[in-house]
Design a protein around this ligand. Structure first.
Ligand code: ADP
Ligand code: MG
Length: 622
């Protein structure tokens, strides 16, 4: 465009050497055929008597006209030459611009994809580091929405906005410089809308960002209900809650829609408002420009444009540029929309990233042997999930290596909480938990947790083969070791005969295995892990009698040679543990062997009697 609008060309075209393009001459000359008559001859196809007018002297508006203006005695062939040249140039530039467009789109996508991938990984790694305590307070769907949806908002900004942003800024700077060159007075006038524009941009981006954040939050709630319900589909079906759940979901969806519409409404207002301002700006320029061009002097305070400074030609030229200037402004307003949404997404991601992991590695770590003996001591441990409501109140407990201890008590007594403090899933508020005499906060987390294995009430399997699922116990274990662990866990025969071998794929969470099979898989994992401390939190509670017996047999092999903490409500199975600890409301109320406690007539004896009476009643009924 600079070729087109060098102002000096306008007033004095044709004869002005500025209208010629010397660098094109050698190229254009190639198309000329000097041997042909250079005079202006009619073409054979023209009707007789046709007079060819010499081209009107005029400033060329494109390179095609350049030669025409430069040499008034144009031949027919040189015109063809120019046409051919132009066509070739068009093809060349078309291809070039297509190639560049491809590059531009691809590069933007490339940057966006890399950024998203990196952000996702970073967010996920951070999520994994955050404590169970924190996760316990979060909603899964909302977190997933942050990882997927909110990051996608940022991706969209980069893909759709980055190149636009650069192009708009470059155009703005380029066009503004030319405008200043043409007339600084008009430039000042056209910038008179800038303060209003600034205020609109500021106000709207802020509001859009807030609205977008609410919409993103509502989106998280939609995801929450969906995840919760998909996970609880069995219960929903059992209680025929489909309609109610659909209503609950529908409510969230319509909240999300409302929030989304609010944000979109603001966005929809924003760009037209900018357009209106643009029209206002243009009108002012035309008004003032026309006034001055008509021979008047424009004066506003100390800003004066004397009559005769700007003519109509310059005004028209200026307006053309003004249009070029305002387009990137509109583009930028669209970008502001995109960036507000992306900004709200980024804030939601930052919220998670800002969350410091509660359980952190020690500043002065203890580097002893990585294989611990399994001596566990709780010293005056005070712990609550919330500071106001302590669950364990001054817990004192010592378990020597290799001892088998059972934790019993009414539900909610704090048994699960107590065992979770050993691998430091939560930070205690007071006291200390010591393993082999060293505060467990001083061990590197990986060392501490490698020395503890857990079999919980319901074990989770991952999507993958059976072999991979057992291998989780010790990554890199050889297949013979895996088979050996499976044999000890009483699951080998089932794997071979019922499940279809070690390479059989297990579905997400192992839903296609029975509860007993899953528990025995978990035991195989624990055997492979071979940790000195073993925690069993009601591993047979969810099983039928037959599976329970199989799992108990597997457990018998697993507990050999380890310190075992076993939580069980089947008191009759506790005959051969070394010690029974009875917990009530976060305190130890009784401690001793099965025999001792049964005859003491305390809480344990009471619980035992209750269970027996219940069993006898049941038999009596039959
Ligand atoms: P038990 O295993 O003996 O049945 P728990 O240790 O699971 O008991 O629970 C002890 C108390 O801590 C209960 O009152 C329970 O409501 C509370 N509690 C358990 N887990 C959490 C948690 N993740 N967040 C808040 N409170 C919890
Ligand atoms: Mg429990």
């Amino acid at each position: 465009f600079p070729l087109k609008f060098i102002p000096s060309k306008i007033s004095n075209p044709g004869s002005d050497p500025a209208c010629t393009f010397p660098f094109l001459d050698p190229i254009l000359d190639k198309f000329d055929t000097p041997a042909l008559d250079p005079s202006l001859r009619p073409l054979p196809s023209d009707p007789p008597g046709t007079i060819i007018e010499p081209p009107v002297a005029q400033c060329p508006v494109s390179s095609t006209d350049a030669k025409a203006a430069a040499s008034p005695r144009l031949t027919h062939h040189s015109i063809i030459g120019v046409v051919v040249f132009s066509v070739l140039m068009l093809i060349l530039f078309g291809a070039l611009s297509a190639g560049l467009a491809y590059l531009d789109l691809f590069m933007a996508a490339y940057i966006a994809q890399n950024l998203t991938a990196r952000l996702r990984n970073q967010l996920f790694e951070h999520l994994q580091r955050l404590s169970l305590d924190w996760h316990g307070k979060q909603k899964k769907g909302d977190l997933v929405q942050r990882i997927t949806g909110n990051i996608a908002d940022i991706e969209k900004l980069v893909t759709d906005g980055l190149v636009d942003l650069m192009a708009a800024c470059l155009t703005l700077v380029g066009v503004a410089s030319i405008m200043l060159f043409i007339s600084w007075q008009y430039t000042v006038i056209s910038l008179s809308i800038a303060p209003a524009l600034f205020l609109i941009v500021l106000g709207y981006t802020r509001n859009i960002k807030q609205a977008a954040k609410k919409a993103a939050k509502a989106g998280g709630q939609v995801a929450d209900v969906a995840t919760e319900d998909i996970n609880a589909l069995t219960v929903i079906k059992v209680f025929t809650r489909e309609e109610r759940e659909a209503m609950r979901f529908g409510k969230r969806v319509s909240e999300h829609r409302a929030e989304g519409l609010r944000a979109s409404g603001l966005q929809a207002q924003f760009t037209p408002l900018v357009s209106i301002l643009v029209i206002v700006g243009t009108t002012i320029v035309i008004g003032v420009g026309g006034y001055v061009a008509a021979g008047n002097t424009f004066a506003l305070a100390s800003f004066v444009i004397p009559a005769g400074t700007v003519d109509i030609g310059t005004l028209v030229l200026f307006l053309t540029y003004l249009k070029l200037l305002y387009q990137p402004m509109r583009d930028l307003s669209k970008l502001a929309n995109l960036s507000s949404t992306a900004g709200s997404g980024a804030e939601r991601i930052q919220e998670v990233l800002d969350q410091a992991p509660e359980v952190i590695e020690s500043q002065q770590p203890y580097y002893g042997p990585t294989k611990l003996h399994g001596d566990i001591a709780f010293e005056n441990v005070l712990f609550g999930y919330t500071p106001e409501r302590p669950v364990l109140q001054g817990m004192n407990l010592h378990i020597t290596p290799g001892k088998k201890v059972a934790l019993v008590g009414l539900s909610g007594g704090g048994k699960t909480t107590l065992v979770k403090l050993i691998p430091r899933f939560y930070e205690i508020q007071q006291g200390s938990v010591k393993i082999d005499g060293v505060d467990n906060r001083r061990y590197p987390l990986a060392v501490l947790r490698q020395n503890v294995s857990m079999v919980l009430q319901d074990s989770v399997l991952f999507e993958g083969t059976i072999r991979e699922n057992i291998e989780i116990g010790r990554p890199g274990a050889r297949i013979e070791e895996i088979v050996d662990a499976a044999k000890k866990a009483n699951i080998h025969d089932a794997v071979i005969n019922e499940l279809g071998g070690y390479e059989r794929l297990v579905r997400e969470q192992g839903k296609d295995l029975s509860g007993g099979q899953r528990q025995r898989m978990a035991i195989a994992r624990a055997i492979l892990r071979d940790a000195p401390i073993l925690i069993l939190d009601e591993p047979t509670a969810a099983l039928d009698v037959e599976s329970e017996a199989e799992v108990m047999h597997a457990l018998d092999k697993l507990i050999i040679g380890r310190t075992v903490l076993m939580i069980s409500h089947r008191l009759s199975t506790l005959g051969n543990v070394d010690e029974i600890i009875v917990l009530k409301e976060g305190r130890i109320v009784e401690q001793g062997t099965y025999k001792e406690l049964r005859h003491r007539g305390g809480v344990f004896a009471g619980l035992l009697e209750e269970q027996n009476r219940y069993n006898i009643e049941k038999i009596g009924e039959k």
